[in-house]
Design a protein around this ligand. Structure first.
Ligand code: SAM
Length: 238
C-alpha cells in the first residue's frame, strides 16, 4: 500500500468522501489516505491528525516528499482536537477498534458543527459507533462490510439527521449490533463473519454455563443468550 495504491479497506472509506471536500483523517499514520485523495482530485484539502510521534513524523515526511504541504496539513494531537470548528466537510477515522473511534467522537464532539460527513471504519465492535451515532442524532446513510487478508472490516457513513431512519425495518438492538444496512443486504462476508461470531458466542456460553454458577455469570449468560438469539434471527437459523 502507498499513496497511489490504497488497500481495499481504505478505498472503501475514500468512496464516501464527498467530491471537493476538505477532509480530516484522524489517526492518519502514514497519511496515505489524505495523499491519495489530493492526488486523485477527490478532496480539495486535507488534515492528517496523529497522536503518536512516529506516525506523525511519517505523515509529515510523506506529505513533504510529495510536495503536498500546501494542501495537506499534518497536525499532532488527540482525536478531533486537531481541527477547528467548521473547518472540514468530512472526517475519516479508520483502522481502530469501534470503542476507540466512539471515544474519539465523544471527546471531540464540541468540534462538530453538524455539516460533517463521518466515515468510520472500525476493525472490531462497530456497535459502539452505531450507539454513539444514534445517541448524538446522526443518521446512518450507508454501511459496507468487506474482507481483506482474512480480516473483516466495516465502513459506516453518517450525517447529522434522523437517527431512526435506518432502523425502521429492524429491531433497534439488532440494528445497532450488526448494522441495519448490512443486515438487509446480508452479503456473503456478513454471513461468514456473523456465523463465526455466533459459533464463538455459543462456545463461550457453554463454557460459562458449565462453570461454577456465580451471580455475575448469570447476567453474562442472559446478555450472551440475547445476542445469540439476535444472531440466529438475523442469519435465519432455527
Ligand atoms: N488510519 C490508518 C489506517 O486505517 O490504515 C492508520 C490506522 S493505525 C492502526 C491507527 C492510528 O491511529 C495510529 O497511528 C495511532 O497513533 C492513531 N491514533 C490512535 N488514537 C488516536 C487519537 N486519539 N487521536 C489521533 N490518532 C490516534
Amino acid at each position: 500500500m502507498n499513496e497511489m495504491k490504497l488497500s481495499k479497506r481504505l478505498l472503501t472509506v475514500v468512496k464516501y468522501i464527498p467530491k471537493e471536500a476538505v477532509v480530516a483523517d484522524i489517526g492518519s499514520d502514514h497519511a496515505y489516505l489524505p495523499c491519495y485523495c489530493i492526488l486523485n482530485d477527490i478532496a480539495n484539502g486535507a488534515i492528517a491528525g496523529e497522536i503518536t510521534d512516529g506516525p506523525f513524523l511519517s505523515a509529515k515526511q510523506q506529505v513533504e516528499k510529495l510536495s503536498l504541504s500546501s494542501l495537506i496539513s499534518v497536525r499532532k494531537g488527540d482525536g478531533l482536537e486537531v481541527i477547528q470548528k467548521g473547518e472540514v466537510d468530512a472526517i475519516t477515522i479508520a483502522g481502530m477498534g469501534g470503542a476507540l473511534i466512539a471515544q474519539i467522537l465523544e471527546s471531540g464532539k464540541t468540534k462538530l458543527v453538524g455539516k460533517e460527513r463521518l466515515i468510520l471504519q472500525p476493525n472490531i465492535h462497530a456497535y459502539h459507533i452505531r450507539e454513539w451515532l444514534y445517541k448524538e442524532g446522526y443518521t446512518l446513510i450507508n454501511e459496507e462490510i468487506l474482507e481483506e487478508d482474512g480480516k473483516y472490516y466495516e465502513v459506516l457513513v453518517a450525517e447529522k439527521g434522523d437517527k431512526d431512519a435506518a432502523y425502521r425495518e429492524i429491531p433497534i438492538a439488532t440494528g445497532l449490533f450488526v448494522g441495519p444496512f448490512l443486515a438487509k443486504e446480508k452479503n456473503a462476508v456478513f454471513i461468514k463473519k456473523w456465523s463465526r461470531e455466533l459459533e464463538h458466542m455459543q462456545h463461550i456460553y457453554q463454557q460459562i454455563a458449565a462453570g461454577a454458577s456465580k451471580t455475575e455469570n448469570h447476567q453474562k449468560l442472559i446478555e450472551l443468550s440475547e445476542r445469540i438469539e439476535m444472531l440466529k434471527e438475523v442469519l435465519k437459523l432455527g
